[in-house]
Design a protein around this ligand. Structure first.
Ligand code: ADP
Ligand code: MG
Length: 355
C-alpha cells in the first residue's frame, strides 16, 4: 500500500497522562479510514495532531513522504469538519463557504464558481443567502462539509461530524459523504464512536482502545475476524464462551468447553494448544433446530426467553455451562421458554480469541 499519511510511533502525553501510545498507522491516498473507539480512547487527539492543532510528544507524522510535525496548520492543506459546526454566524452560507478561498487569495470569479459548485455538491444552492441560524442541523453540517471541501484539500478530517444529527438524517449523511468520497477520490480520516457508522462508511476501520490501535482492517475483517476480546465486543454483539484449545490444524482449532463439549473454530496465528481462550460466536450466525442435524458445531441448550424485534427474533439460551444469544431472521418460528433446542454454527462463524 502506498503510504500517503503515516503516523510513525506517535506518542502523546497530556501532563503525566499518556493518551496515544507508540502508535503506527498508514493511510493510502484516496482511502476512507475511520478511527473507531470509546470516548477517551485518543481518537480526537490523533486527528488534532494530524491537523496540526496539537503537537506529538514523540514520533513522526508524514504526509506524502514529508514530515509535517513542524508545519503550521494552515500549510497542511487539510479540510476539517467537527461535530459542532463552527460556522461564522454573521456570514451567509455562501460567504461561509467562500471564506477558505478568500484566505488563500483566490480571485472573485474563481471563488464564485467554486462556491456554486460546492453548494450544488451538498444540495444547498437554494439556501446560499441564508445565515446559519436559519438552517437545520443537517443543513448546517452540509455547509461545514462544503466549506471543508471547497478548497480541494489534500486530506479531509472529520471528528464525529454527524453526532448531533437525528438517526435518519445521520444515516442519509453517511451515504452522502461516502458518495462524495468515491466521486471526488478524497482521502478521509473520520472519527466516530459509532460502530455501525464506521462499518457503513469506511474502506478500513482502526479500532482504538486506551490510546492504541487494537486492530485495523476492512469492515468485514474487524467484524468477522476480531483479533481481541475488546474488538469482538465493541463491534457488533457477540457471544464469548470460555474454553481451552485442545488441538490446532492449520486455520482451525478444536476447543473444549468447561462442560466437555468440543467446538471447531477459525483461529489466528499465535494461539497454541493448551491455551485458555474465548470463542466469539456472532448471534446472527447461530441456527436453532429441534433435531441435532449435520452442523459441525452443535450445543444442546434450552430457550430462556425470546423477543420479537421487528427485523429479527432474539432468543436467549442457556445450557449447563454458559448463556448464548441467537438472532434469527424475522421469518423464524417462535421458541417458547423451556424448549430444548440445538444451537448450530459452522467453524468459520466462530473465532478463537486469546484472553
Ligand atoms: P476520544 O476522541 O477518543 O474521545 P480524546 O483524544 O479526546 O479521546 O481524549 C483522550 C484522552 O486525553 C482523554 O482522557 C482526555 O480526557 C484527554 N485529553 C484530551 N485533550 C486534553 C487536553 N487538552 N488536556 C488534557 N487532557 C486531554
Ligand atoms: Mg473525540
Amino acid at each position: 500500500m502506498a503510504e500517503f499519511i503515516k503516523f510513525d510511533r506517535i506518542t502523546k502525553f497530556y501532563g503525566p497522562l499518556c493518551v496515544v501510545e507508540n502508535l503506527d498507522l498508514s493511510i493510502a491516498k484516496g482511502e476512507f479510514v475511520s478511527l473507531l473507539g470509546p470516548s477517551g480512547s485518543g481518537k480526537t487527539t490523533l486527528l488534532m495532531m494530524l491537523a496540526g492543532f496539537e503537537q506529538a510528544t514523540s514520533g513522526k507524522i508524514l504526509l506524502d513522504g514529508a514530515a509535517i510535525n513542524d508545519l503550521p496548520t494552515h500549510k497542511r492543506d487539510m479540510g476539517v469538519v467537527f461535530q459542532s459546526y463552527a460556522l461564522f454566524p454573521h456570514m451567509t452560507v455562501g460567504e461561509n463557504i467562500a471564506f477558505p478561498l478568500q484566505m488563500r487569495g483566490i480571485d472573485k470569479a474563481e471563488t464564485a464558481a467554486r462556491v456554486k459548485q460546492a453548494l450544488d455538491m451538498v444540495q444547498l444552492s437554494a439556501l446560499a443567502d441564508r445565515r446559519p441560524s436559519q438552517l437545520s442541523g443537517g443543513q448546517q453540517q452540509r455547509v461545514a462539509l462544503a466549506r471543508a471541501l471547497v478548497f480541494e484539500p489534500r486530506v479531509v478530517l472529520m471528528d464525529e461530524p454527524l453526532g448531533a444529527l437525528d438517526k435518519q438524517l445521520r444515516e442519509q449523511m453517511q451515504l452522502d459523504i461516502r458518495d462524495l468520497h468515491r466521486r471526488l477520490g478524497l482521502t478521509i480520516v473520520f472519527v466516530t464512536h459509532d460502530q455501525s457508522e464506521a462499518l457503513t462508511m469506511s474502506d478500513r476501520v482502526a479500532v482504538f482502545n486506551k490510546g492504541k490501535i487494537e486492530q485495523i482492517g476492512t469492515p468485514r475483517e474487524v467484524y468477522d475476524e476480531p483479533a481481541t476480546r475488546f474488538v469482538a465486543e465493541f463491534i457488533g454483539e457477540t457471544n464469548l464462551v470460555e474454553g481451552v484449545v485442545e488441538a490446532i490444524d492449520g486455520r482451525e482449532a478444536t476447543v473444549r468447553l468447561p462442560n466437555g463439549a468440543h467446538i471447531v473454530s477459525a483461529v489466528s496465528d499465535g494461539v497454541a494448544a493448551g491455551q485458555p481462550v474465548y470463542l466469539s460466536i456472532r448471534p446472527e450466525r447461530i441456527d436453532l433446530a429441534e433435531a441435532r442435524g449435520e452442523a459441525r458445531n452443535v450445543l444442546e441448550t434450552e430457550v430462556t426467553d425470546s423477543v420479537y424485534q421487528g427485523d429479527h427474533l432474539r432468543v436467549q439460551l442457556q445450557n449447563d455451562a454458559h448463556p448464548l444469544i441467537a438472532k434469527l431472521g424475522r421469518r423464524s418460528r417462535e421458541f417458547a421458554p423451556g424448549t430444548k433446542v440445538f444451537a448450530a454454527f459452522s467453524a468459520g462463524d466462530c473465532r478463537v480469541i486469546a484472553p
